[in-house]
Design a binder for this molecule. Structure first.
Ligand code: NCD
Ligand code: ZN
Length: 346
């Protein structure tokens, strides 16, 4: 039995850090284990321009604990008014690594997103030319479509046509949750990759309703049937370079989740690596953890792996983590539903 594992320092290719008091409270949780993270731009108002991203990046750097070794990689929030020249300048600056497509109304703070993908063709053409990745929230927003079918429908009606129209565009299907999504990526080429979250490797849709409604397991895309979770586990542990970690750690203050109309988002930055080590051990795939968390993501984004390492050691079960305290209130940490025995040393 493996009881210790050393891997290159991991990266998180999809994280929400928010701003202000929440940023200050959650950033140390991400910076503790991850060398870099791709920062989602869905603030209110969203981070649309290079100027917005630069200012947000400085607020992140300013909120970093003393001595932290962490690099934020920024994204731009795509709107129907996005200026292709600004996108090009952002990529050339080296500070912005991707553009994020939110179908308007798909998730938290997505009202300024794209209603009709045909209205952003010029930007997508420029991105194809310069090789800049498009990160996609892959769900249709039609309320007539069942919430559990929205990703599969998006693949058929939006992603597949988009791939045909822009074969040179590099796309990441963010937080893939379905067998259909996994297979679509597997059957594509190296221009299409997918991130997988920690919680979607652990939860299936029954967990949201186990013994009562569990607001801290509500996120978008929503967790699917166990057979989809199994497909995600196979993809994550396969070593296929097109699947890598994006935690989608998405903090919301507890009162906004434990409410009659709770927000979508699961906060997992604090214990993601311990959760993943257990999942990979359960899948007899611990040697594949490094590719998933530390190698395949940088390879897709054209970056070298982080220089440092991280060591995981199997020990006694750790006590569950207390909620993160922010000046605005507490944020509950993801409960994987099993004891965490992997201790993370940096
Ligand atoms: C995210 C958030 O809270 O910003 N929520 C979520 O459920 N994942 C938005 C997103 O990534 O969809
Ligand atoms: Zn997200």
């Amino acid at each position: 039995m493996t009881s210790s594992l050393t891997i290159q320092r991991p990266d998180d290719w999809h994280v929400h850090l928010r701003d202000g008091a929440i940023l200050r409270a959650v950033l140390p949780e991400t910076a503790r284990h991850f060398g870099r993270a791709l920062i989602m731009p869905n603030l209110l108002p969203p981070m649309v321009t290079l100027q917005d991203a630069k200012a947000y990046r400085l607020r992140i750097l300013d909120a970093l604990p003393e001595g932290a070794d962490f690099t934020p990689l920024m994204t731009l929030y795509l709107t129907e008014n996005t200026d292709a020249k600004d996108v090009k300048a952002a990529y050339a600056s080296g500070m912005v690594n991707a553009v994020k497509l939110y179908p308007a109304g798909a998730t938290t703070n997505s009202a300024s997103g794209v209603a009709d993908i045909n209205n952003v063709s010029q930007v997508l053409e420029v991105m194809s030319e310069i090789g800049m990745p498009l990160c996609v929230h892959g769900e249709v927003t039609d309320p007539e479509v069942d919430i559990f079918d929205r990703e599969a429908r998006f693949i058929d009606t939006v992603l597949a046509p988009l791939r045909r129209r822009f074969p040179g565009l590099r796309i990441v299907l963010e937080h893939v949750t379905t067998k259909q999504g996994v297979e679509f990526v597997q059957n594509s080429n190296a221009n299409l990759a997918a991130t997988i979250t920690t919680h979607h490797l652990i939860l299936d849709r029954n967990d949201i309703f186990k013994g009562g409604i569990r607001p801290h397991y509500y996120c978008l895309p929503i967790a699917k049937r166990a057979l989809h979770r199994a497909a995600l586990r196979r993809a994550a542990t396969s070593g296929d370079k097109r699947f890598f970690l994006g935690t989608d750690s998405a903090p919301h203050l507890d009162p906004t989740k434990e409410s009659a109309c709770g927000c979508a988002g699961i906060f997992s930055a604090s214990n993601t690596m311990a959760c993943l080590a257990q999942v990979f051990e359960d899948e007899n795939a611990l040697p594949k953890l490094e590719a998933f968390t530390s190698l395949s993501g940088p390879a897709f984004y054209g970056l070298a792996p982080n220089p440092g390492t991280l060591t995981l050691t199997k020990g006694t079960a750790l006590p569950p983590l207390a909620p993160i305290a922010t000046d605005d209130g507490p944020i509950t940490v993801f409960d994987p539903g099993f004891p965490l025995c992997w201790h993370v040393n940096t």
